[in-house]
Design a protein around this ligand. Structure first.
Ligand code: PMP
Length: 404
């Protein structure tokens, strides 16, 4: 990471340069949401100042400009995930809405006897939409258990897959443990049983390279705000031949070809799944974030890995800290508990020292239950964090016994 110029990078993130509670902000809550570089702020500001218009429908120049930028953003996302064509990219509000889209549209064809395979470490966004589907249509949910290190139990997963499995829906990276799941093995096994596959990439897309064709998944979901883009925008990638067969899930403008009270014909993907005025400025902001990320100088992934390793080593050296999960491949986050204190109290003390982290169940209550915990304190460093910030965080943790 000596080649990766972190101060120059940080200069592009205005929100990093502030004091919180009289101390310089150390922002380690990037798994919840990341800060935004000037490139994103500028792109969205420029859109509203100059090109603002609704897309697709008007005859005027501003609308043509807005449409061009909006559809170019779709192309940027398609390249970012290596989709075969831009029509495979559907705009959503985020990962949550992307998964709900699949559950409501593709899921409409499922019924009793069909199974959906999830894992214990899923975020509620990849659990509750399937539970709603199960309630509506009698679908069964099966759950891949974890090993003691916080990894998916691959042997158990293979045993749970069967010809009844219609969908394997798993995270690429856990938002609590940082576990990188064995997607290649899981997707191959699911395919051999004839199941489709959905990847929750919310915690992965900002850290690992994403290649939906190499993964061989049928659906891939992620959120803009976790990879330096704006809130209110996310992506569902779906294989084109599947999208063509899927019914709409929300009705309105944009998603139709012809509307008549005698019957309505629907538009082709992706528009079939984008009823109403889309988040135009947000799509443009997300494309700016992806351009920013893909044009970063080499070394940022190694820098992130170095920060996480420094943090994990430092945590292990503190006798009163218990690190949760030791997966063989870990990205983005590390969770801890304390022998004698509640994570909430520790989080509040860290905030007093300017350090932003997250406490609680992290929208993964089934995982908490499996771990026998009611919450953790989670650190989520990102590419703009520094070795000095990690050292300062570890020093702050070392001082916690003085306060309790
Ligand atoms: N899945 C995972 C693994 C996540 O970490 C998150 C965000 N915490 C989500 C889904 C939901 O993302 P969003 O709230 O942006 O829809």
């Amino acid at each position: 990471s000596a080649h990766f110029d972190v101060p120059a990078l940080r200069a592009q993130f205005p929100a990093l340069h502030q004091s919180v509670n009289g101390r310089p902000l150390i922002y380690l809550d990037n798994a919840a949401t990341s800060h935004k570089p000037l490139a994103v702020l500028t792109a969205m500001d420029a859109f509203y100042r100059r090109d603002n218009a609704n897309v697709h429908r008007a005859a005027h120049t501003l609308s043509a400009r807005a449409t061009e930028a909006f559809e170019a953003a779709r192309g940027t996302v398609a390249r970012f995930v290596n989709a075969a064509r831009p029509e495979e990219i559907i705009w959503t509000r985020g990962t949550t809405e992307a998964i709900n889209l699949v559950a409501n549209s593709w899921g409409a064809s499922l019924g009793p006897g069909d199974e959906i395979l999830l894992s214990t470490l899923e975020h509620h966004a990849n659990i509750v939409p399937w539970q709603l589907l199960a309630q509506r249509q009698g679908v069964q949910i099966k759950v891949i258990p974890l090993t003691t290190t916080g990894e998916l139990d691959l042997a158990a997963a293979l045993a749970l897959l069967s010809p009844r499995t219609r969908l394997l829906a798993v995270s690429q990276v856990s938002n609590v443990l940082g576990t990188v799941t064995p997607l290649a093995r899981l997707i191959a096994a699911a395919k051999s049983e004839g199941a489709l596959t959905l990847v929750d990439g919310a915690q992965a897309a900002g850290h690992l390279p994403v290649d939906v064709q190499a993964l061989g998944c049928d659906f891939y979901a992620f959120s803009g705000h976790k990879l330096y883009g704006p809130t209110g925008i996310g992506v569902l990638y779906g294989r084109h031949d599947l999208l063509e067969q899927m019914p709409p899930w929300q009705g309105g403008g944009e998603m139709i070809r012809k509307v008549s009270f005698a019957g309505t014909r629907f538009n082709a993907p992706p528009f079939r799944f984008e009823a109403g005025t889309p988040p135009i400025a947000e799509a443009i902001g997300l494309a700016a974030a992806l351009d920013f990320l893909t044009n970063l100088p080499d070394g940022w992934r190694q820098h992130e890995a170095d920060l996480l390793a420094q943090l994990c080593d430092g945590l292990d050296a503190l006798p009163f800290v218990r690190r949760i999960g030791r997966p063989s491949e870990q990205v983005g986050v590390v969770s801890v508990t304390f022998d004698d204190w509640h994570p909430q109290d520790a989080g509040e003390l860290l905030d007093q020292m300017g350090i932003a982290c997250r406490v609680g169940h992290h929208c993964a209550m089934p995982l908490m239950e499996a771990l026998g915990l009611d919450g953790t304190l989670r650190f989520a460093p990102a590419l703009y964090n520094t070795r000095e910030e990690i050292a300062a965080t570890l020093a702050a943790l070392a001082r916690l016994p003085e306060f309790f």
